[in-house]
Ligand binder design. Structure first.
Ligand code: ARG
Length: 703
């Protein structure tokens, strides 16, 4: 054999499944046959020797996974980055591999302690030598990648693994000769798949199915046109043969029990250097600071989870734990991401949690002009419900009109800069819009700890309440309604037609009559059903008293619409005495503003229904202004619409029989929102009873 290609292997003298550090090992402890393992390993050794030189490192007792030499380190030219194993079960292999590399004349680079990186198992060179693909997510840290780039002077493309069965990059990814790539897309996140697709032309990508992937078909040793693997389906073999590869299958079932196969059992130690290639590392990092009840409120967990879920990794640099229950903690966290795009995504979510830059790193927000009316620059920062500030010319400017899903537009006036949230359609040419995620912070209150302890209205436990908690929420809402009414505050109700079907109409009408509601938002339907009920006694043709369908009743709601249309508006129909009770009647007679937003399925509509949706959104926004509490009663569409326009700090109560709606609305990450999964009619009747209890003891019971 004249090949100059060399591999390193380690005989399976001490191989066994002794512990579980990956899903393949589960249930396989001491289940592999020594004899068969030796036989399979020798077969692989034999095949490989026909195509390359194979060196051997001495196996060591007590280190059963040492057969997987792919994990010894990563070699390029004379340089080796030695592995730092994540699990202590394998850390003992490190010195033996180090010795071998040194004895064979390599320059060995050692990563910092506690920065795991598992060698060629997680880092694979493009076979044309153009770049290095490096995996992270399970065994290797993203933060190890910049070291690889520096020491090996090569561009590193980071790929995030998301399926724990494919915990090493070489279990699901194999660059082949001539620019081909054998891989299992399901093992990677969307961003990584996009990166792969950008770098490897479609005709060069050999994406395999799960069935081949679980046979470790990607765990292939490629020497020129030969590909050696455990097993491949006929379809895969045909595919590889078509593009000029010769597939050699050799069973490695005993090693599969430890989560490895052909490629894992080998390490290519001759990887030629390509002179024209140089380091170019897109991995970015940024240090952020979080302060507050980091532990009590789970903030730190949420922050770290979202970094990892977003495709980044982190290092907690400093953590100052608050000692007393009331003291806050502070943490400095280094966030790393494989690209600026991913970093932006992560940082924007951290900003929502209140993360800020270290003072010495603070910079002005980046601004870009609007070039087309109603269209923001591509990279615009999407606003949230939280009070936000942006840094302009070294000054933090508070953003006005805070709402979610807008852009932050800056205008300069004689008295300085004004920043405000604008929805896309309101952007004007030359408005300056905040782009990227620099120079932006949100102000999160930290005093929640005290509030929680107080007996007052505590919407603190955000999340869906169980049935058992309905009564507690009712008590709190009643208390708050009364307080707001007495202080002349503002409560807004969004309501769907279910309020009427479930018999809640009379209760809502009473809330309005007694001054607990200052604005009503809904669609055409709530008004139609309410009016139908009050002029005909049915709701959608169902008798509200007896709960049975009335013959021909389905026409009732159209008759109700027709009647209102005849008078020109709900108010005129009330004035004419046609409507003399109900929710809409109370709104009109008590001067409570309402806005009815139309939709495609509306019958009629009523003359009052605003069919111009942009107009309707504006009316809604106006009515919400200054609200202290919003009661959302069984209307997913209108409630979500309202939620989007409402800044943090407004108490929101969402009542719906459908838990999905409640979760969606109460999950604003805001402690002020609470959800109740229950029948809205029942909720309203309990609420009325509770309000009666709160108000009646002071009044002598006459008559
Ligand atoms: N049991 C070993 C581990 O979990 C298997 C290593 C397989 N090696 C590889 N390059 N994928 O670490």
């Amino acid at each position: 054999m004249t090949s100059l290609i060399r591999f390193l292997m380690c005989a399976p003298d001490h191989y066994d499944v002794d512990y579980v550090i990956n899903p393949w090992m589960e249930g396989n402890i001491h289940k592999s046959s020594r004899d068969r393992a030796v036989e399979q390993w020798e077969q692989l050794y034999h095949i490989l020797k026909q195509h390359a030189i194979v060196d051997l490192v001495t196996p060591q007792k007590g280190w059963p996974d040492m057969v997987f030499t792919a994990n010894a380190g990563l070699v390029l030219g004379e340089n080796v980055v030695l592995s730092r194993f994540l699990h202590k079960e394998r850390q003992g292999e490190e010195p033996f591999f180090k010795n071998w590399f040194e004895e064979n004349g390599y320059t060995v680079h050692l990563l910092p302690k506690d920065l795991p990186f598992e060698g060629a198992g997680d880092a694979l060179l493009d076979r044309e030598g153009r770049w290095l693909w490096a995996g992270y997510g399970f065994r290797s840290e993203l933060d190890s990648h910049p070291y690889l780039a520096k020491w090996l002077d090569i561009e590193v493309l980071s790929l995030r693994l998301i399926d724990e069965r494919f915990y090493h990059l070489d279990t699901c990814f194999c660059p082949l000769a001539n620019g081909y790539l054998l891989y299992y897309p399901g093992a990677f996140d969307a961003y990584s798949n996009r990166l792969i697709e950008m770098r490897v032309a479609p005709e060069k990508r050999i994406a395999i199915q799960e069935a081949d992937a679980v046979n470790f078909a990607c765990n292939t040793v490629n020497v020129e046109s030969i590909v050696i693997m455990n097993k491949a389906s006929n379809a895969l073999k045909a595919r590889l043969t078509d593009v000029g590869f010769r597939v050699v299958e050799t069973p490695l079932t005993e090693f599969l029990k430890a989560g490895g196969a052909a490629k894992c059992l080998t390490l290519r130690v001759t990887e030629p250097l390509h002179q024209e290639i140089h380091a170019n590392i897109p991995v970015q990092s940024r240090v952020i600071r979080l302060e507050g009840h980091l532990l009590d409120s789970g903030l730190i967990n949420r922050a770290l989870d979202l970094i990892v879920d977003g495709g980044g990794s982190f290092q907690v640099m400093n953590f100052n734990l608050g000692e007393q229950r009331q003291s806050t903690s502070a943490a400095e966290v280094r966030v790393s991401a494989p690209s600026h795009e991913v970093m932006e995504e992560i940082i924007s979510q951290l900003i929502d949690l209140g993360a800020v830059d270290l003072p010495q790193n603070e910079r002005d927000a980046k601004l870009q002009p609007v070039l087309q009316a109603g269209v923001a620059p591509d990279d615009f920062y999407v606003s949230t419900i939280y009070p936000t500030e942006v840094r302009i010319n070294g000054q933090w400017v508070k953003v006005e009109n805070q709402r979610m899903d807008g852009a932050i537009a800056i205008t300069q006036t004689a008295d300085g800069f004004i920043a405000r949230c604008k929805i896309l359609r309101d952007l004007e040419v030359n408005d300056l819009v905040v782009v990227d995620v620099q120079g932006i912070r949100t102000i999160r209150k930290t005093e929640y700890r005290e509030n929680r302890a107080s007996q007052e209205f505590s919407f603190m436990s955000s999340g869906v309440s169980s049935e058992r908690r309905v009564e507690i929420v009712v008590e709190q809402v009643a208390w708050e309604l009364r307080k707001i009414r007495d202080a002349g505050g503002k409560v807004v109700v969004t309501a769907g037609p279910v309020v009427i079907h479930t018999g809640g109409g009379e209760h809502l009408a009473r809330l309005i009559r007694e001054g607990y509601v200052q604005a009503l938002l809904g669609g055409n339907a709530i008004a139609v059903h309410d009016i139908e009920q009050n002029i005909m006694g049915t709701s959608l043709g169902v008798d509200m008293k007896r709960g049975v369908a009335v013959r021909g009743g389905h026409r009732h709601h159209l008759k109700a619409i027709n009647t209102v249309r005849r008078y020109g508006s709900i108010a005129k129909a009330v004035e004419a005495g046609v409507i003399n009770s109900g929710v809409m009647y109370e709104c009109v007679t008590n001067n409570v503003h309402f806005s009815l937003a139309g939709s495609i399925r509306d019958d009629g509509p009523l003359p009052d229904t605003q069919m111009n949706l942009i107009q309707a959104q504006e009316e809604y926004a106006k009515l919400i202004e200054g609200a202290e509490m919003i009661l959302m009663l069984s209307s997913m569409l209108h409630s979500i619409g309202v939620g989007n326009m409402t800044p943090a700090g407004v108490k929101m109560v969402c009542v719906d029989i459908n838990p999905a709606v409640v979760t969606k609305l109460s999950d604003r990450g805001s402690v002020e929102s609470v959800g109740v999964v229950t029948d809205v009619g029942l909720f309203l009747s309990l609420l009325i009873q509770q309000l009666d209890k709160l108000t009646s003891p002071y009044v002598a019971n006459v008559g």
